[in-house]
Design a protein around this ligand. Structure first.
Ligand SMILES: Nc1nc2c(ncn2[C@@H]2O[C@H](COP(=O)(O)OP(=O)(O)OP(=O)(O)O)[C@@H](O)[C@H]2O)c(=O)[nH]1
Length: 325
């Protein structure tokens, strides 16, 4: 069992939810709010090229990237090492925020806070906050066990993207969520907009509840297998991107392949533009916006990441190259 919590323990909030649900949007809200607190942020991405790191606002925060693997599988040792490093100077921050990949099973991540002695002594898992994409949730349940596990482990749920579904559809999604987890507090949100009181410092993580549905939680090994065929693919380019060609190419690509391309995102360099161009795709839905400015003398290269199944690397590479100037 967990040792009694003390005020010396730093609270940890785990942000989880399927690919593209709105986790980074939530993280940025937390970091932008005037709460007078300082958080250390750990971001885990499935792809070998980090994009989220560039999307996280507020350069004041310390952001640790954990790429090339899923937090619940290969990089769990990294998580322990990062937390142990942070603990050496824990007076510098008030809490730790961990954003998992959309393909993470939150179970093993939560387990880390109970089974590693050092981590257990110095941190306290405050809550698992799960963001759900109301539009794509039912499809995601069919893509593997992760979406269901993310709901089962949640202490707080943001039922997000309410703007994309009808009230009837929203009700169906909420009923399904309730069927998986009777206890979590559910908040309806758009663009992950929520009062921070509802998610931070809740003391909501309840080991007893987890042990009810996963009695082996504290002892089990990690048997999570990602569907072999789900993989990530990254493309980089040093020449500037033509935004019109890019939009056309991506629009046409996702119309045909959006079922298999679960998530696509990119940070693109546009000729003469002072800011990064941020592209976001979730299945067939696309979005783009201007991101942070390029620094003087900074190399302006673009990176594009796809996560999904049946990804045809040569075809994607060729398509992207045709969008370059
Ligand atoms: N229409 C709509 N779009 C949203 C909402 N919330 C987030 N988005 C968009 O969904 C896309 C993905 O959002 P992110 O916050 O990057 O999602 P994520 O969960 O961090 O994505 P991964 O880290 O890749 O799993 C972005 O284009 C967001 O602007 C919402 O409530 N409604």
């Amino acid at each position: 069992m967990a040792s009694p919590q003390t005020s010396a323990q730093v609270p940890v909030t785990v942000l989880t939810g399927y690919l593209g649900a709105g986790k980074t949007t939530l993280l940025n809200r937390i970091l932008s709010e005037q709460h007078g607190k300082k958080y250390a942020v750990i971001v885990n991405e499935f792809g070998e090229l980090g994009v989220d790191n560039d999307l996280v606002v507020n350069a004041d925060e310390e952001v640790f990237e954990m790429n090339n693997g899923c937090i619940c599988c290969t990089v769990r040792g990294d998580l322990i090492r990062i937390i142990e490093g942070l603990m050496k100077r824990k007076d510098k921050f008030d809490g730790i925020l961990v954003e998992t990949t959309g393909l993470a099973d939150p179970g093993p991540v939560a387990q880390t806070f109970f089974t590693d002695d050092d981590v257990k002594a110095r941190t306290r898992l405050d809550a698992i906050v799960t963001v759900i994409d109301a539009k794509h949730f039912f499809g995601q349940l069919e893509q593997g066990s992760e979406a269901e596990q993310q709901v089962a482990f949640a202490d707080v749920i943001l039922l997000n993207k309410t703007d994309l579904v009808s009230p009837e559809e929203l009700k169906k999604v909420e009923d399904r969520i309730r069927g998986i987890n009777r206890y979590a507090r559910i908040h309806h949100t758009e663009k992950s907009r929520i009062e921070l009181d509802a998610i931070l410092d809740k003391g909501a993580f309840d080991l007893g509840r987890i042990l009810e549905f996963e009695p082996d939680f504290l002892h089990s090994g990690h048997d999570h297998n990602h569907e072999d065929e789900v993989r990530s693919l990254s493309i980089t380019a040093d020449r500037p991107v033509d935004p019109d060609k890019f939009q056309k190419w991506m629009g046409a690509l996702l119309q045909i392949k959006g079922g298999d391309i679960f998530r696509s995102k990119g940070i693109l360099a546009i000729d003469g533009a002072p800011r990064r161009y941020v592209y976001q795709g979730v299945h067939m839905m696309m979005d783009s916006d201007w991101g942070t400015p390029w620094k003087d003398g900074e190399k302006r290269s673009s990176k594009l990441v796809f996560i999904g199944r049946n990804l045809d690397g040569d075809n994607l590479q060729r398509g992207f190259e045709e969008c370059l100037k």
